[in-house]
Every structure is written in structure tokens, then in C-alpha cells.
Design a binder for this molecule. Structure first.
Ligand code: SF4
Length: 257
């Protein structure tokens, strides 16, 4: 993988200034509530970068929709660079299918660890690892690595602990509970197509779309008062979208952060 070049963002997506910020009244009210809630949060610095890896991005499965937007490996390294410049000390990659299908994530992990000294969490959505996966995992800096796996997969993957890996529970809370999380205000969440959402719980919901790493500077997005930096109360319940969330897991493994 080539060394990243300076991160230059294109503004040529055709979006007119202010177009995405023409908000209906009900959404403005929700935004105000949400902002008030976020303002109560004492921490404002970005700490976590959370990348959702799927067949649409960060490595190809060969089965993905060819119309899907795909970021280059260089784009992803730029996302890591920009997040680190904003204070991120953690990157979590949520891998939704078999790890072996995503060859590019190893360069992203190495870049985060070696260039920025970041801790890396690899969240295994599927608890199948091949000998090749293990070899790739062991090639990383293990002191700066955590494997995040669902609690019901812990036993199956316990053999990895014997190889020096630290496993953490990706779902420390039951579905339906109010998340004991730090909220999304300290986190940058990017889906596989580079779209920025408030957090994993609300990925795909138009109200929570914050922009795109292809067109927007992260610095602007995280400071923008026009996008939601928290999840509305009625949606704020633990669901599979919270699996692997660093802002949640951090509250359960504080001695290691
Ligand atoms: S994904 Fe869930 S746990 Fe994480 S910040 Fe959002 S609501 Fe909280």
C-alpha cells in the first residue's frame, strides 16, 4: 500500500451549500433536544474512530453491488489520519462477514498502530477465523490490539487468548437496555461507503446522516450544529447496531483504555 498523500477533500459532489441543511421543523426540534443532551456530556474531544467494514468497502468480497461507492485503501488511511489529528486514539473496525474477505484492513490496522500509536479493535461479526486470519492478526502489535467478539462466541474463540490476544466482549449489555455508553459525541462513525452517521445504532437513518468522508472534512462535521451528535431518547436502546461500539465498550474495560 502506498504512503498516504495529504488528505484533499473534493467538494465537487454537486451538493449546493446549505442544501442538506434545509431541515423540517420537527427535525429541528429533535436536533435542539439532542444538542441539549450532548451539551451535558463533559468530554468533547474525539477519542474513537469506528469503521464499519462490509462487502461495500474496505476490501472486496467479489459479491458486492458494483454501483456501491467504494473508498480506496488510500481514502481509508486518510480517514485514520484525519481522525488521529482530531484526537482519536482508538480505531475499531467492525467486520460484518468473514475476516478473510477483507485483505485491506491489515494495512489500516498497521497504519493506525505504527503511524499514530492508536489502539486497534477488530470486531468480528462472524466468529470464524482461518489460520491465515490468525497469522495476519498476530502480525499486528498485540499490545495495541483487542479482538471484540460477541459474548456467545467467546468460548469458541478462546484459543486465540492462548496466542497472546486479548478478547473483549463486543456486546457487554443486553438488547433493549439503555446503553451505558459515552454517547456518540466523542466518536466518528464511518460506514463502508464512507458515509458518516451519528453512531452504529442509527446507521442508515436519514436523520442521522452527517456527511461523507469523500466530500466533507471530519473537523467540520464533528463541529457542525446542523447534524445530530446524539441519539434521540426513544431510539436510545441497545440493539445489534451497538455491537462493537467503542463508546460502549470503553465503559466496561476502562482499566485497559
Ligand atoms: S452505537 Fe449504541 S452504544 Fe454506541 S454510542 Fe450509539 S447508542 Fe451508544
Amino acid at each position: 500500500m502506498p504512503k498516504p498523500v495529504k488528505n484533499v477533500k473534493s467538494k465537487s459532489d454537486g451538493t449546493k451549500k446549505g442544501e442538506i441543511f434545509a431541515l423540517p421543523k420537527h427535525f429541528k426540534n429533535a436536533l435542539t433536544q439532542c444538542r441539549e443532551q450532548a451539551d451535558k456530556s463533559p468530554a468533547k474531544d474525539v477519542t474513537y474512530l469506528w469503521i464499519a467494514v462490509s462487502g461495500k468497502g474496505v476490501g472486496k468480497t467479489g459479491n458486492e453491488n458494483t454501483n456501491a461507492v467504494s473508498l480506496s485503501p488510500q481514502d481509508w488511511l486518510n480517514v485514520v489520519d484525519e481522525s488521529a489529528s482530531l484526537g482519536a486514539t482508538w480505531v475499531v473496525l467492525t467486520v460484518s462477514t468473514k475476516l478473510s474477505q477483507f485483505s485491506d484492513i491489515w494495512d489500516i490496522c498497521r497504519w493506525a498502530q505504527d503511524t499514530h500509536g492508536m489502539m486497534v479493535g477488530i470486531h468480528l461479526g462472524v466468529d470464524e477465523v482461518t489460520p491465515g486470519d490468525v497469522e495476519n492478526i498476530l502480525s499486528l502489535n498485540l499490545s495495541k490490539l483487542r479482538l471484540l467478539v460477541r459474548s456467545d462466541s467467546m468460548e469458541k474463540l478462546a484459543f486465540l487468548e492462548k496466542q497472546g490476544l486479548v478478547l473483549w466482549t463486543a456486546n457487554p449489555q443486553q438488547n433493549g437496555e439503555k446503553p451505558n455508553c459515552q454517547g456518540p459525541a466523542r466518536m466518528i462513525y464511518v460506514n463502508a461507503e464512507g458515509r458518516l452517521y451519528t453512531c452504529g445504532l442509527v446507521e442508515g437513518k436519514a436523520d442521522y446522516l452527517m456527511g461523507s468522508v469523500l466530500h466533507d472534512r471530519l473537523n467540520h462535521v464533528i463541529k457542525s450544529p446542523s447534524v445530530k451528535h446524539c441519539v434521540q431518547e426513544d431510539l436510545h436502546k441497545v440493539a445489534p447496531g451497538c455491537d462493537g461500539c467503542p463508546a460502549l465498550i470503553a465503559n466496561y474495560f476502562t482499566t485497559n483504555l
